[in-house]
Design a protein. Structure first.
Length: 150
């Protein structure tokens, strides 16, 4: 796969996830009852939450702000000693590693949702495929070569 197409694909996938999670998490923060989007609190009966505020904050930050920040970092490549501390792949740029972490965070998020809801919705499948796509594209040799530390 062409390097520019592969890199752009990773940025688009992360951006799609981030913007969607900012929107979804933002709605839950604004309306913790879920009424704004027609989600009944009864969906949370088998979860530790009484409303959507905490899940909304987690969604907004972990799957919203962080992927959007990674898009910026993958484009501008700033140095971050703090982020490098969490980089389990020292031969790779920290934001590339962050994209791997975000994909796993999305998989965990979807799995937890399915456990708490005791159901699988079509959106769970879509977002599981999104996580797999992020992993697949990030691990492409052409993308890895772009974000290899020198």
């Amino acid at each position: 796969m062409d390097m520019k197409i592969a890199r752009s694909s990773l940025l688009i996938l992360l951006g799609f996830l981030g913007l969607g999670a900012i929107g979804g998490g933002g709605v839950f923060i604004i309306s913790p009852s879920g009424k704004l989007i027609g989600m009944p609190l009864s969906l949370l009966d088998k979860s530790p939450f009484t409303d959507f505020m905490i899940p909304g904050i987690i969604l907004f930050i972990v799957l919203g702000l962080i992927p959007c920040g990674l898009v910026v970092a993958l484009l501008k490549r700033p140095v971050s000693k703090w982020a490098d501390r969490f980089n389990f792949f020292p031969d790779m740029y920290w934001a590339w590693t962050g994209s791997i972490y975000v994909a796993f965070a999305l998989i965990i998020w979807i799995q937890i949702q399915m456990v708490f809801l005791q159901a699988v919705d079509w959106l769970h499948t879509v977002y599981m495929f999104l996580a797999i796509a992020i992993l697949f594209v990030a691990l492409l040799p052409t993308v890895r070569s772009v974000y290899k530390n020198k």
